[in-house]
Design a protein around this ligand. Structure first.
Ligand code: SF4
Length: 477
């Protein structure tokens, strides 16, 4: 039987990712799908997943006869023949409106088939994975657990425990497919910025002055505030702390006061200072790392430890670089030596970084190499640590006209730090993509060129934190 699987009315396991993230996105996918270009980081993830799938396929081929399916009918025929492993099977339940393409169908000793997928994820407990594998089980009409070949080489199984989630997904998807109107939605800075429907939704959020556009106001909080008559940013900006009810994520006067100022800042562009931040005295060295989680062993590899030292010009950029994860330890040692050197050079050192990522990474590395007792590690993680998270005084003391308080949000804003990265497309994900290109490039000249672009990006990151330091000191002076 030929089936038209492109039809929007079918429920696909791949819909689960959008369904878990935003039900409006699912509705738009089904009713007003937009064309979008996969960005280079997501393409890298797709490529890595395919590599992982190929590695699993090779392993299975070494153990069993494997045949690739080329249609729904062919899949069914292969199952009837009892082929041990069917690669890229195609399953359809027209009555339920379900369609699925498991990477593998593996014949169980009972003669029935178990669905299996290769996933880059390290956990089988991710909702979207449970739903996807659960749908394959439905399509096979048996109770055998589904198999997940995880990114760290582990093999996990998912059985009847995922059924309630799968039921909720199918019911939710059916109602979305039948709905004539798009479901209500709230803004989410992390999700909407990278969503292909951002333009479509943003117009509505902005026209409505949706409260969720404000930093720190969750969609759920906005729903509750609306019940008490506070539906727009203007209404919140005009509210008194005492008149705001206790609602989820907005409990206590301090948070409510911040929310009111955030609304005012959004409307006027004004900066509000809640407190005078105490910035540490000493010689500041700005510090930022670039790391890659997509290593074969799935252990995060810091390929670049970057520093900006006095006198803070582009020429004062220093770094420790490693070409791949096999030199991970050498990179870590190089980092410790650099810190040791800075410590002896500057009597009062401030190692400034943005967010907790750098400190958390140092902890991970100390753990990984059993070096918690190393004198530099003790110093870095101890009470007299030179590490200083520059984001902390910003979050504690300032209300800024921003939807996110990331380094780039603050530094790129023309009315705030106004520092622009040389490469406008660069980001930490961009850096990971470039590093992957660096690793696969065989031409040494091209390889060096890629390395230089990554170094340039990291250098701009530390120059940005230096600019931020200067801006903050001026603000708090
Ligand atoms: S832009 Fe945001 S609200 Fe709109 S579909 Fe995408 S994630 Fe959902």
């Amino acid at each position: 039987m030929a089936a038209n699987t492109s039809t929007k009315s079918l429920i696909k396991p791949s819909d689960a990712t959008a369904w878990v993230s935003c039900i409006r996105r699912v509705w738009l996918d089904k009713h007003q799908a937009t064309e979008f270009i996969i960005d280079s980081f997501n393409q890298l993830l797709i490529d890595r997943r395919l590599e992982h799938e190929t590695a699993v396929l090779t392993k299975l081929e070494n153990q069993y006869p494997v045949i690739k399916a080329n249609s729904f009918d062919h899949t069914r025929a292969l199952m009837q023949q009892g082929i041990p492993v069917i690669y890229q099977g195609r399953l359809l339940d027209e009555q339920e409106g379900l369609v699925g393409f498991p990477d593998f169908l593996i014949r169980h000793e009972s003669g029935q088939y178990q669905p299996a997928d290769a996933k880059l994820s390290l956990s089988e407990h991710k909702k979207s994975i449970q739903i996807q594998l659960g749908i394959y089980r439905r399509l096979l009409f048996n109770k055998l657990p589904a198999i997940v070949f995880l990114g760290d080489g582990r093999t996990a199984t998912l059985g009847n425990e995922v059924d309630p989630l799968v039921d909720a997904f199918i019911t939710g998807m059916k109602s979305l497919i039948n709905a004539q109107q798009q479901p209500a939605a709230r803004y989410s800075h992390s999700k909407c910025r990278i969503c292909p429907y951002n333009n479509h939704c943003s117009q509505e959020f902005e026209a409505k002055e949706d409260l969720s556009l404000l930093y720190g106001i969750h969609g759920n909080t906005a729903d509750h505030l609306a019940e008490f008559g506070i539906s727009t940013i203007t209404q919140l900006a005009m509210s008194k702390v005492e008149s705001i009810p206790e609602v989820p994520y907005l409990k206590g006067n301090k948070r409510k006061y911040r929310a009111i100022l955030q609304a005012k800042s959004f409307l006027t562009g004004k900066i509000f200072q809640l407190d005078n931040a105490m910035l540490p005295e000493g010689t500041w060295i700005h510090f930022d790392i670039e790391d890659n989680a997509l290593t074969p062993a799935r252990e995060r590899h810091v390929y670049l430890w970057g520093f900006l030292v006095p006198t803070y010009t582009r020429e004062n950029f220093e770094y420790v670089w490693t070409d791949d994860e096999t030199s991970d330890y050498e990179g870590w040692e190089g980092f410790l030596q650099k810190i040791d050197h800075y410590r002896s050079q500057y009597s009062s050192l401030v190692l400034a970084h943005y967010s907790n990522h750098e400190k958390a990474t140092i902890k991970q590395y100390a753990e990984r190499y059993a070096m918690k007792d190393h004198p530099i590690v003790i110093w870095l993680l101890g009470d007299e640590s030179p590490l200083f998270d520059i984001q902390k005084p910003i979050l504690d003391c300032l209300i800024l006209p921003l939807q996110g308080y990331g380094l780039k949000d603050i530094c790129k804003h023309p009315n705030l730090v106004n520092f622009q990265w040389e490469n406008k497309d660069s980001s930490s994900q961009w850096s990971v993509v470039q590093f992957s290109r660096f690793q696969s490039e065989t031409n040494s000249i091209k390889k060096q060129k890629i390395k230089n672009t990554i170094l340039g990006y990291n250098r701009d990151d530390v120059i940005a934190t230096r600019q931020l330091e200067v801006w903050l000191k001026r603000l708090f002076s």
